[in-house]
Design a protein around this ligand. Structure first.
Ligand code: ADP
Ligand code: MG
Length: 597
């Protein structure tokens, strides 16, 4: 074998593989060009999943007759002038590679007319070579037609999947851009049939309905950036916890109008659902992030799917808090006291009798000027127009329906002193009394915590607890964390600590044992952020205080517990993500009994 320099057309084809992987990647590049050209109307037509034909028409600025051929040359771009521009990219394209790459692996026809010129241009290329050029008449804008993708590149062709699969990729892609650009009208057809369409009216909610359907869209709540996040804007919609999905594929993330796949950013969204989702389920989310162009590097990946943030942790934290807040804002109001948790309910009511200080702890999101403009653009009402807690403790029911809500249940009895048996319109419910009570306590404690204060009660006799040296040092380091969740603990010399106050809920508990467990939890050390540690402690409190399996419950107690559970935002899982109940549907019973045909 001798070493040879590859001929240019082969080099081009190899390079094309980086940008053009499948029909959807062609659609992506053409849509991005249309958006960069200022289009407000983008039509995408595909035949055979885009393998035979992809046509993207736009009403953007068009290409000047003198530059049409140049647009198809490698590294030809109107969007980047110097290396300095790379530091702050304001367009979706900038590499000048897409048209050249696509043209090297397909037959491309470009019809275009620049807005300032009186006639247009037709340019046809066949696998990289110009085969026709002509003047044409047409309205300003551009139509790119890409036919027989990879027909001359067998190695690529054989990696294309079925028409249906390629179509699905295109559908997902067009949906993403429609979500990121509600003010642009998108229309997609496959084999002549109209598929997805968005109105271009600028209302993100409307696009959600077009993408997910009205039912799912109604189960998504608006996300707004926390007010204390200068330099980063976050908005969008996230699904309530029960609108979940088997994998991460329904988490759509956008950075500066660019769909991105960033595992860590996705994780920030997932984290915001901590304890709200069932085990191994993922949320549905559309989260858009805007930050100054200098704060993000998009030049990481040829297909531009990855981005690099200058301050990733700050971005992740804003995203996580924004999503979390959106979810908590839609939590159900606390229920009246029940037999089981009377002390807690009383504590909560007490805490809510002092609205001013509570409000101060976490002021409602007041849109900054730029933020409200964003919302106006995407059609999200500012926070002030949405449901706010009204009078003492009576938050208004949220406008969005609660999909996780339980139907009203009728208690039948208790099984094995562990499960509550209940009847609902949909059949039989077996409720784990401990897990259910944990969920009830957890949501109440978290509601207090989010309001800025877990209600705490002083012990009549402070309890002294002596710990082994390592544990003592750890506890000493976390006294502030504990204070944040209602524990007042002070060093008492040596390895001994004095517990003066505890969360009101725990007043009857074995305080020394509880503190030892909490310190053991802190030692486990997978949580790092203060809020994570606080949540961990509160989970331990719930676990300790929730009624145990093996305890006989009266009818009234079971009714109270189930009523409390019905009022929970996520009644179907415990704070650790395990189910609180098993539902045996009537149809299932009919099947089991052989009553169905
Ligand atoms: P890039 O988008 O990175 O600049 P492309 O190869 O995608 O590179 O496009 C090359 C150039 O062709 C663009 O910079 C732009 O000037 C022009 N162009 C491509 N598509 C369009 C379009 N739909 N409308 C107007 N100009 C376009
Ligand atoms: Mg481009």
């Amino acid at each position: 074998m001798t070493i040879q320099i590859l001929p240019p057309d082969l080099v081009a084809r190899i390079a094309a593989g980086e940008v053009v992987e499948r029909p959807a990647s062609v659609v992506k590049e053409l849509i991005e060009n249309a958006i960069d050209a200022g289009a407000t109307d983008i039509r995408v037509e595909c035949v055979d999943g885009g393998k035979r034909l992809i046509r993207v028409s736009d009403n953007g600025c068009g290409i000047r007759a003198a530059e049409v051929a140049l647009a198809f040359a490698h590294h030809a771009t109107s969007k980047l002038r110097s290396a300095d521009d790379l530091a702050a990219i304001h367009t979706l394209g900038f590499r000048g590679e897409a048209l050249a790459s696509i043209a090297s692996v397909a037959q491309v026809t470009c019809h275009t007319r620049h807005a300032e010129e009186s006639s247009g241009t037709l340019l046809r290329l066949d696998n990289g070579r110009i085969v026709a050029e002509d003047r044409i008449g047409r309205a300003p804008g551009t139509t790119m037609t890409v036919e027989h993708l990879f027909a001359r590149v067998p190695a690529r062709l054989k990696f294309l999947r079925s028409n249906a699969t390629e179509r699905a990729h295109i559908d997902g892609l067009v949906a993403r851009y429609a979500l990121a650009y509600p003010a642009i009208r998108f229309a997609l057809t496959h084999d002549g049939r109209v598929g997805f369409q968005s109105s271009g009216r600028g209302d993100l909610r409307e696009v959600l309905v077009a993408v997910y359907g009205a039912e799912a869209a109604a189960r998504m709540v608006a996300v707004e950036a926390p007010p204390d996040s200068p330099g980063v804007r976050v908005w969008g919609y996230v699904g309530l916890p029960d609108l979940d999905h088997a994998n991460r594929s329904k988490i759509f993330l956008f950075v500066n109008g660019r769909p991105v796949q960033d595992a860590k950013l996705g994780y920030a969204v997932i984290q915001a659902y901590h304890t709200l989702l069932r085990a191994n389920r993922y949320p549905v989310a559309v989260v858009l992030i805007a930050l100054p162009a200098e704060a993000v590097d998009v030049n990481v990946h040829p297909a531009k799917a990855e981005v690099r943030f200058r301050d990733p942790d700050a971005v992740f934290s804003v995203v996580q808090r924004a999503v979390r807040r959106a979810l908590l804002d839609n939590l159900k109001p606390p229920e009246p006291p029940s037999v089981l948790s009377a002390s807690l309910s009383a504590a909560l009511a007490q805490a809510q009798r002092e609205p001013p200080s509570i409000q101060m702890a976490q002021p409602p999101a007041q849109p900054a000027l730029s933020g409200s403009q964003t919302w106006a653009r995407v059609g999200i009402p500012p926070a002030s127009q949405r449901a706010e807690p009204s009078s003492a403790g009576q938050a208004q029911p949220s406008a969005a329906p609660a999909p996780s809500a339980l139907p009203a249940l009728r208690i039948l009895g208790q099984l094995a002193q562990t499960y509550i048996l209940a009847e609902g319109p949909e059949g039989l419910y077996l409720i784990d009394q401990h897990a259910a009570h944990e969920r009830v306590l957890w949501e109440r404690l978290m509601a207090q915590h989010e309001l800025g204060e877990v209600h705490s009660q002083a012990l009549l006799d402070p309890v002294a607890v002596t710990l082994p040296p390592d544990s003592a040092a750890l506890l000493e380091a976390h006294l502030e964390t504990l204070r944040g969740v209602g524990f007042e603990v002070e060093p008492f010399g040596g390895q001994t600590f004095l517990v003066r106050s505890v969360p009101a809920l725990m007043i009857q508990d074995d305080i020394a044992a509880a503190l030892r467990e909490i310190v053991a939890d802190l030692e486990m050390g997978d949580a790092v952020l203060r809020r994570e540690l606080e949540a961990k402690v509160l989970k331990r409190v719930c676990k300790r205080m929730a009624i145990k399996a093996g305890r006989v419950l009266s009818m009234a107690e079971m009714q109270a517990l189930v009523r409390d559970l019905e009022a929970c935002e996520s009644p179907r899982t415990c704070p650790h993500g395990r189910p609180t109940m098993i539902h045996v549907g009537l149809r299932q019973l009919e099947r089991e009994f052989g009553r169905l045909g």
